[in-house]
Write a protein that binds this ligand. Structure first.
Ligand code: GAL
Length: 701
């Protein structure tokens, strides 16, 4: 297999020349050269041109595009074009269109209009992938395969008849007998016992809650079914072009596909991410997505496959990125392990559904802010080869699990929750405290991390419980938060007080959930949504939070202590005096349990406590970051400092800034400013020559 990366970061974007007359293509490659573009993704949405009618292929135009790019020294990530089936497919095979839970068959005329289980779609997609591999597998420009595009983005669940029978096959392979399924799904409740697999349907619209385990299995099946589409195409490409790496673009922390099961199947993890510039917390959310990508690839470099240069057009209001923000967010990706920065798309469309989505080359041409920022970034990246391949170092891990996500967001639970919000809250708190965070499904060795956070691991497997326990024993500071260890993989409650096997790790067990919202709960002043301006809260008192009380949000529960120290208690309401925060020494480490949710400041206080306990030293390389928007990440020998805040800060760190060549200490970092600080190294051979002026920066890999 050829290496995915070269000695300079990949830089470029989706290139869709089919939207333009050929006369424009020469200008494209000329401008690509000026911008430093070295990789483009071609053909993502070109199926209807590549195969205008079933079995008739027209590759002439694509030959010309690839040859032109090759002559210009631009490499190609060639798409298999299967994400947007052409009109003829659904015309000839109407059953290939997806169906929603309430039985509506979606119409063509957009994109992703296919049922992942449709044999007609699968056959046609496989045929096209084969044709492309046969024709372009040895084209010198092609360095990577881009299978499909953003699997599940628009259609991640299909409820049609084809999907129903694929679901049955998946269930039969999983459970083997209908009796085993009945036990797993708890079908004795509400008279749901099945006599055969033939009787089973996807969880279509039902009168009341659908069976929870049926729904979770359908979530798992739907993720696997999309993966099966990917694997079918991958097998064809591997057979014909074993040396060309394959990828498909993930979508950050996307809900509907379990990326832990996908990641081992891609040769390089790649990501599409569109943080909202109108959101002051955008950089916090994107930090988590990038950490997830690195973690999915087990620390290996990944590829930012798509981002916008400025505004998108998918939101009700699409705010442009602030001057410098695209650059700052690009460096965030590089800091967190990306070895390439690409965009959707190269030239802004003049027609079609995304013509108001920004691009590298805007409608107004090259005398524009966006173009200048693109050219600047391209030129800078070309000098940063020394950063590539290096590992980003994390000091903490947050457990992030799709089964728990799907299950805790079902109906019929003690309270509605957003799993992503719960996990992102802890990721952001650790990041703001200056740590870099990995993510993990939680069923692997976690013991190397000084800090391990387990937010609401609702569905907990034995392997996860064992890994969490082992981390604490081995010396980690572990914090488990409420609604962890409630059910097993089949959503059967772990009886005997909640928390399952973690009861012995934490020294506590949970008797009863007490979500806030009852008459006694104190309405706090923490806005959640415009519709509900307050959330119910309860006071929490304990030394960890100092002399003031902390505020517990949305959730409380009755915690019984067997063998742990109570570090904070609830105050006010029915649970006054009951534990809200506990700590137990466990082996060489500690195991904390938090029985409520905390706001930002209280969380920061608890995190500071955990950091102190873990013995980690957190570096603060800037002065003046009162607002806490400066991001610091160590990648190999390079320290990335990125100011996402509105005001300037000053660097207080020795070393050389790789972007300016200047001394880092004392440098001002304006809003959206970036420094990449490398330790100064004096080259021996030049020691005597000129002294300080001749210092060079070297970054060991
Ligand atoms: C992605 C997609 C691109 C483009 C982009 C716009 O979802 O892969 O084709 O639609 O978003 O932000």
């Amino acid at each position: 297999m050829r290496p995915v990366f070269i000695d300079s970061p990949w830089f470029g974007g989706d290139y869709n020349p089919e939207q333009w007359p050929e006369a424009v293509w020469d200008e494209d490659v000329d401008l690509m050269r000026r911008a430093g573009v070295n990789l483009v993704t071609v053909g993502v949405f070109a199926w209807s041109l590549l195969e205008p009618e079933e079995g008739r292929y027209e590759f002439g135009w694509l030959d010309n595009v690839l040859n032109l790019l090759h002559e210009s020294g631009v490499k190609v990530d060639l798409a298999t074009a299967t994400a947007a089936p052409p009109p003829w497919l659904s015309h000839q095979y109407p059953e290939s269109l997806p169906v929603t839970a309430d039985g509506v068959r979606l119409s063509p005329g957009s994109r992703q209009g296919y049922c992942p289980s449709s044999p007609a779609y699968r056959r046609a997609a496989g045929r096209l992938a084969r044709k492309l591999a046969e024709r372009y597998g040895s084209h010198p420009a092609v360095v990577m395969w881009h299978i499909n595009n953003e699997y599940g983005c628009h259609v991640s669940r299909c409820y049609c008849e084809e999907s129903a029978s694929a679901f049955r096959r998946w269930l039969e392979a999983k459970y083997e007998t209908i009796d085993a399924l009945n036990v797993a799904w708890g079908t004795t409740f509400w008279s749901q016992s099945y006599g055969s697999f033939e009787q089973i349907l996807p969880p279509r619209a039902t009168p009341a809650f659908p069976n929870p385990t049926q729904s979770l299995d359908f979530d798992r099946f739907s993720s696997d079914e999309l993966l099966a589409c990917f694997l079918e195409e991958k097998a064809i490409l591997r057979e014909l072009t074993p040396n060309i790496p394959v990828t498909t673009n993930f979508m950050g922390t996307f809900r509907n596909v379990d990326y832990w099961t996908w990641a081992p199947h891609v040769d390089v993890v790649s990501d599409d991410l569109y943080p909202d510039p109108a959101d002051p917390d955008a950089a916090r959310g994107s930090a988590m997505a990038r950490d997830l990508m690195r973690s999915l690839g087990r620390g290996k470099p990944w590829l930012l496959m798509e981002q916008s240069t400025s505004a998108v057009n998918m939101r009700p209001v699409n705010v442009p990125k602030a001057p410098g923000q695209m650059r700052a967010l690009s460096y965030q990706a590089l800091a967190r392990g990306a070895d390439g920065i690409l965009f959707f798309q190269w030239r802004q469309s003049a027609a079609g559904a995304e013509k108001f989505h920004s691009a590298m080359l805007p409608h107004a041409g090259t005398d524009t802010r966006i173009w200048r920022e693109v050219v600047q970034l391209g030129a800078e990246l070309a000098t940063l080869g020394s950063v590539l391949g290096a590992r980003t170092q994390a000091q903490a891990v947050v457990v992030f699990d799709w089964d728990s996500r799907w299950a805790i967001e079902q109906a019929g639970l003690p309270a509605a929750s957003s799993y992503l919000a719960l996990a992102a809250h802890w990721h952001a708190a650790l990041t703001e405290a200056g740590l870099t965070v990995d993510l993990s499904r939680g069923d692997e060795d976690l013991s190397g991390y000084p800090i391990v956070i387990v937010p609401s691991l609702f569905v907990m497997t034995d392997a996860q419980a064992a890994a969490i326990d082992a981390a604490a024993r081995a010396g980690s500071t572990v914090l488990v938060t409420s609604q962890t260890g409630i059910v097993d993989e089949n959503l059967r409650v772990r009886l005997g007080g909640y928390l399952g096997d973690l009861q012995s790790t934490l020294g506590v067990w949970i008797e009863e959930f007490w979500p806030l919202g009852g008459a006694w709960a104190r309405p706090g002043a923490i806005p959640v949504t415009p519709e509900s301006t307050v959330v119910p809260t309860v006071q929490v008192r304990g030394d960890v939070f100092g002399p003031e009380t902390a505020t517990g949000i949305e959730w409380s529960e009755t915690v019984h202590v067997r063998d742990a120290a109570v570090r904070a208690v609830f105050e006010g309401g029915h649970l006054t005096g009951w534990p809200a925060l506990t700590r137990r020494s466990h082996g060489a480490g500690t195991a904390w349990y938090l029985a409520t949710r905390l706001g930002r400041e209280d969380t920061a206080r608890l995190v500071a406590h955990l950091i102190a306990e873990s013995g980690l030293q957190v570096r603060t390389p800037v002065v003046g970051d009162e607002l806490g928007f400066v991001e610091t990440v160590q990648r190999g020998e390079a320290l990335f400092v990125i100011n996402h805040g509105p005001t300037a800060v000053m660097l207080a760190q020795d070393g050389t800034d790789l972007l300016t060549g200047g001394d880092a200490r004392g440098m001002t970092l304006e809003s959206q400013g970036v420094a990449i600080i490398a330790p100064r190294v004096t080259l021996d051979s030049e020691d005597d020559a000129v002294g300080a002026a001749d210092e060079r920066v070297r970054i060991p890999r």
